[in-house]
Ligand binder design. Structure first.
Ligand code: 5GP
Ligand code: ZN
Length: 114
């Protein structure tokens, strides 16, 4: 838990968010500023700044995060295409420094991303 972290505040209820999914390890909710018709954020309860801080001890947790993202995408009707994105660092566009995976879909995506 980090005192100043927006996503830690969502996890502990200080900032309201309608959770799509939660268990002891992970939480999912809609992005406040959706970049696609479906834009879900999947985050671990454990505070880590980003994927660069993932350790061997987090391997199971990270697998769970990806599986949940894929399951939520399929539940949202995105079986024909969705994107899972994790930004690391300001230069990659990261703005919230609590590790999170974007689940994006419902429109055609381009590659490479901007
Ligand atoms: P990043 O740019 O760090 O990869 O993604 C951070 C995401 O968090 C952004 O897409 C932004 O819209 C979202 N976000 C920031 N603050 C809040 C908030 O208070 N509630 C929700 N639901 N999403 C947020
Ligand atoms: Zn945090």
């Amino acid at each position: 838990m980090s005192q100043e972290c927006i996503f830690c505040k969502i996890i502990n209820g200080d900032i309201p968010a309608k959770l799509i999914y939660e268990d002891d390890d992970v939480v999912a909710f809609n992005d406040i500023s959706p970049q696609a018709p479906t834009h879900i954020l999947v985050i671990p309860r454990k505070h880590m700044a980003g994927p660069a801080e993932v350790t061997q001890a987090d391997e199971t947790l990270m697998g769970k995060l990806v599986k949940l993202g894929a399951d939520l995408a399929k539940e949202a009707g995105l079986a024909d295409g969705f994107r899972l994105v994790m930004n690391n660092g300001e230069r990659a566009g990261q703005t919230v420094f609590h590790l999170h995976m974007h689940v994006l879909g419902g429109r055609n995506m381009t590659w490479p991303p901007g």
